[in-house]
Write a protein that binds this ligand. Structure first.
Ligand code: NAP
Ligand code: GDD
Length: 348
């Protein structure tokens, strides 16, 4: 009989990649979509059209009753909890809701599994994050954060995710559940939401190339991230769930790049060389050939506190899971810009 997987956050970036992977592996895939979206709703229909092989389940991460019903009816072999308020900047604006969904929501899913009497049979994956490390100098190992590094979250999102991480570990220890975390560093791609910096850049580059936009406004240009491709990371999630012994793993590339480097490579894909001029909020990214300002700073995108640098060490995942990323940093930028050039060109 086919294994059954339930994915929360099915309509998000990772949800789509993971659903496709599990479907290709022969799983029966169920996807949780927010409760108020009726089947006639465009968002529901869009998700269903994109993933016709997924059986959509209406539920909210805040609704324990709906989640418990879903567990009782589906009896999944594997649950992947990907749903969250996942935008770090937004979490400063709505910290309460972020704590409820991104933090306590994890407990709701775990409790739903337990209330349905499935804690000995259903495996649980929690989408933990490198944001839990915080990127401060004192806890940053030279080769990158590992499973042993200490945490110091710098946003309401990071704090909520830390609760999710510990409650998952707690259920593993308390009830003997196969409950694990993937501690994933940034992963991007053609499904990335436009509110995240990489997609904001790749969409803007495409729109500027096609004459639909004049300029790209960004916030903190000094931040550095360990960016991989989301398609590679969902393979890692699945591998974490196939281990004999439940444990937590870091998935990362082991490289870190600045927002400036991402911009430079992305514009280069459309034949534009960027030259940086000025400093601080007056910094601009200029088209070397024409002298036109294409990038400028808008302090509205600054955050009350920043994670300056993220770098992960994936050694353990590579050794124990045999996990290996396929897409490197230039490949990621290229893939995103090429996708957005096609997508923008197809729009009126
Ligand atoms: P995403 O694109 O923001 O997707 C999150 C999904 O959660 C969305 O589909 C959203 O639904 C859903 N959601 C939000 N609130 C909900 C609620 N109350 N009830 C039910 N569903 C709700 O995030 P992602 O990039 O795919 O990331 C997946 C997970 O991995 C997230 O938990 C994220 O925090 C974590 N993570 C991501 C990265 C990364 O670099 N992408 C790295 C580490 C960890 P709507 O579609 O209706 O808005
Ligand atoms: N979003 C955004 N928009 N970020 C900007 C901008 C901008 O205009 N300008 C500069 N940045 C900087 C942010 O301040 C941050 O330092 C960096 O770009 C990356 O921002 P995001 O792409 O929003 O991602 P994130 O690193 O904050 O969070 C993502 O990765 C985490 C894993 O480390 C999200 O996917 C989280 O859900 C995930 O846990």
């Amino acid at each position: 009989m086919a294994k059954r997987a339930l994915i929360t956050g099915i309509a998000g970036q990772d949800g789509g990649h993971l659903a496709k992977l599990l479907h290709e592996k022969g799983y029966e895939v169920y996807g949780v979509i927010r409760g108020q979206l009726e089947s006639s709703h465009p968002r529901y229909q869009q998700t269903q059209n994109e993933m016709p092989y997924v059986k959509l389940v209406l539920a909210d991460l805040l609704d324990l009753a709906a989640l418990t019903r879903a567990m009782q009816e589906i009896k999944p072999d594997e649950v992947y909890n990907l749903a969250a308020i996942s935008h770090v900047g937004y979490s400063f604006k709505d910290p309460i809701m972020t704590a409820d969904v991104t933090g306590k929501g994890v407990l709701n899913v775990l409790e739903a599994i337990r209330l349905a009497g499935l804690e000995k049979t259903t495996k649980f994956y929690q989408a933990s994050t490198s944001e839990m490390f915080g990127g401060l100098d004192y806890n940053r190992p030279e080769k990158g954060y590992t499973e042993e590094s200490s945490f110091h979250p710098r946003s309401p999102y990071g704090v909520a995710k830390l609760y999710g991480f510990w409650i998952t570990k707690n259920y593993r220890e308390n009830y003997g559940m196969f409950a694990v975390s993937g501690i994933l560093f940034n992963h991007e791609g053609e499904r990335r939401g436009p509110e995240f910096v990489t997609r904001k850049i790749s969409q803007a580059v495409a729109r500027i190339k096609l004459g639909k936009q004049d300029r790209l406004e960004l916030g903190n240009m000094d931040a550095k991230r360990d960016w991989g491709y989301a398609g590679d990371y969902v393979e890692g999630m699945w591998r974490i769930m196939q281990q004999d012994k439940p444990d937590d793993y870091v998935l990362a590339t082991g490289e870190t790049h600045s927002i400036r480097e991402f911009c430079e490579l992305a514009f280069k894909e459309t034949g534009v060389d960027i030259e940086w001029q000025g400093t601080g909020v007056k910094e601009t990214g200029v088209d070397k050939k024409t002298g036109k300002v294409l990038i400028s700073i808008n302090p509205d995108f600054f955050r009350p506190s920043e994670v300056d640098l993220l770098l992960g060490d994936p050694t353990r995942a590579e050794k124990e899971l045999g996990w290996e990323r396929q897409v490197d940093f230039p490949g990621l930028v290229k893939l995103m810009v090429e996708h957005d050039l096609k997508e923008e060109a197809s729009k009126a």
